[in-house]
Design a protein around this ligand. Sequence first.
Ligand SMILES: [Mg+2]
Length: 287
Amino acid sequence: MAAAPFKHFLVVSDFDQTLSFNDSGQILSDLLGITDFRQKVDGLASSNLVQQGAELAYLIRHDPAFRGVRREHLAEAGRLASLRSDIPALVEFLKRGLDGFQFSFYVISAAPQEVIQAALAGTVPPDHIVGTEFEYDPDSGEVQSIRRVPAGYGKVAAVEELEERLGISPDRTIYVGDGSSDVHVMLHVNNRDGFTIAVSENRMLARIAQSTVISDSAFSVLIPILERIVGWRSGEIRELFESYALRLHEWEKARTDRVTIVGSSVIQPQIVTPTERGASQAGDAVA
Ligand SMILES: [Mg+2]
């Protein structure tokens, strides 16, 4: 088969409640015995003092209750985070890519870098994680300053930086997120002909995201990617899931894909994908 020109896509995922179930700030607060985290965040949000999603970074730097936060607390919060299932299978699939398609997977989140790195240790390499970066006092270990927060418009900047570094055009950017802190970046990705996927029923996002998938499995975000970008049919998608020992147990196709996946993912050493078997129709099906 003649080699189809490679299409290189940037796949960016949010962390809190997109790859994880809970908010990193809540986990950290529980760890430190801070009981009014939610009220503090709501207060900050209503004042519009900080970009949506940047509340935790602000509190760690400025709220006396968070003064005791050290690097190791952040890593511990990451280890305690409960994650959606099948993240390793998702990462592995994207890393392998498909005939004619290459995917670069990155996590961009306002959660502290240390939290995300610890949560995804061994699955996502640290240099594929863009989180909030703090500077620490070398003596006390206290957070001294905030280097950057990829929240709100900060996420847009982080996406653009990656596109530029990897040489990926904006129409080949795919963004996956769950909440209102993803609104800016999703509007931006849509405006530049990229693709956006919501993994929650957040009302604001549902209107903006081009696709919505509700599932406990992170692997499910491949459904709209394979359907809409790669051009696979349902049968091919089901076959792929089965090759990972996952069964699309319930797949309700409406405006939102609701997916229940049964089994725990097994990454096979080599997968023969339907596109590899079925000539070049996938390449032709892409806009
Ligand atoms: Mg989130």
